[in-house]
Design a protein around this ligand. Structure first.
Ligand SMILES: NC(=O)c1ccc[n+]([C@@H]2O[C@H](COP(=O)([O-])OP(=O)(O)OC[C@H]3O[C@@H](n4cnc5c(N)ncnc54)[C@H](OP(=O)(O)O)[C@@H]3O)[C@@H](O)[C@H]2O)c1
Length: 239
């Protein structure tokens, strides 16, 4: 595997959930970590928690100028992880009631991924790699009003596979999480999912950000892996 000591890692969505857990892992391995998300206060709090050689860069993934500025500031770098998302659970709607505005918002995850990958492609080192975030729902879509979000995840999946060919030898992989205890959910929702997972999932527990980060780290640092989608869902796709 690639040694990451001293390498530069850009983590979009680094102030919370999977991104923050991944940042901790890279800091343990003595990498230089750039935590990126919108809210400076959240980034600062995460930086204090993570320690190590960590920098914060506030950025809105939907603002092309803001994204390009961040990558210009970072300069040449080695790894990018993208797991940013906003208001995902608030954008659910059955198709009959779905407004065009809501549908456009549901695709924000794709546009954020696109903006960051485009900017990253101009600065990433040739032996570097990118991991983006889809969802297990691309194989087992929801009937609970998440159709647009499921479509956004499917778009991310195919987009990233195309990039794995287009920007090779830079590697690009996709992680498809199942239900994971992160900032996407309220504390009450996490409690209820924990109970559901215990009784329903083959692994009998709710996924943690650290369990996901383990796979993100491996995908980023495995030199023989590109264009692959890895599902990490506690067996949810099976049931
Ligand atoms: N957790 C799950 O159960 C689950 C299941 C399936 C798929 N996924 C996928 O996993 C990803 C979410 O990861 P997570 O669960 O770790 O989420 P999370 O804890 O909610 O973290 C989301 C991150 O995105 C940042 N963010 C939100 N809007 C942004 C914007 N416009 N520009 C830049 N950063 C922004 C947030 O920080 P700020 O607020 O500071 O911007 C935060 O750091 C999504 O792709 C989601 O579809 C999650």
């Amino acid at each position: 595997m690639i040694t990451v000591k001293g390498k530069k890692v850009v983590i979009i969505g680094g102030s919370s959930g999977i991104g923050k857990a991944l940042a901790k892992r890279f800091v343990q391995e003595e990498a230089t970590v750039y935590l990126v998300s919108r809210t400076e206060a959240k980034l600062q709090k995460a930086k204090e928690e993570i320690g190590g050689n960590t920098f914060i860069l506030p950025m809105n993934m939907l603002d092309e100028t803001s994204v390009n500025d961040v990558f210009k500031q970072v300069g040449a770098f080695d790894f990018m992880s993208f797991s940013a998302v906003n208001d995902e659970t608030k954008l659910m709607s059955q198709i009959k009631d779905m407004t065009t505005d809501l549908a456009n918002r549901g695709m924000e995850k794709f546009w954020g991924t696109f903006n960051c990958c485009r900017a990253a492609a101009n600065h990433i080192n040739k032996d570097g790699s990118i991991v983006v975030t889809s969802s297990m729902a691309i194989d087992r879509p929801s009937k609970n009003g998440a159709s647009i979000m499921n479509a956004a995840s499917a778009a991310v999946n195919v987009f990233a596979k195309a990039l794995a060919r287009e920007i090779a030898p830079v590697r690009v992989n996709i992680i498809a999480p199942g239900v994971v205890s992160t900032g996407v959910w309220t504390e009450k929702e996490k409690e209820s999912f924990a109970e559901w997972a215990k009784n329903t999932l083959p692994v009998a527990h709710l996924g943690t950000a650290e369990e996901l980060a383990y796979t993100y780290f491996n995908a980023l640092t495995n030199p023989y892996m590109t264009g692959t989608t890895i599902t990490v869902d506690g067996g949810l796709t099976l049931i």
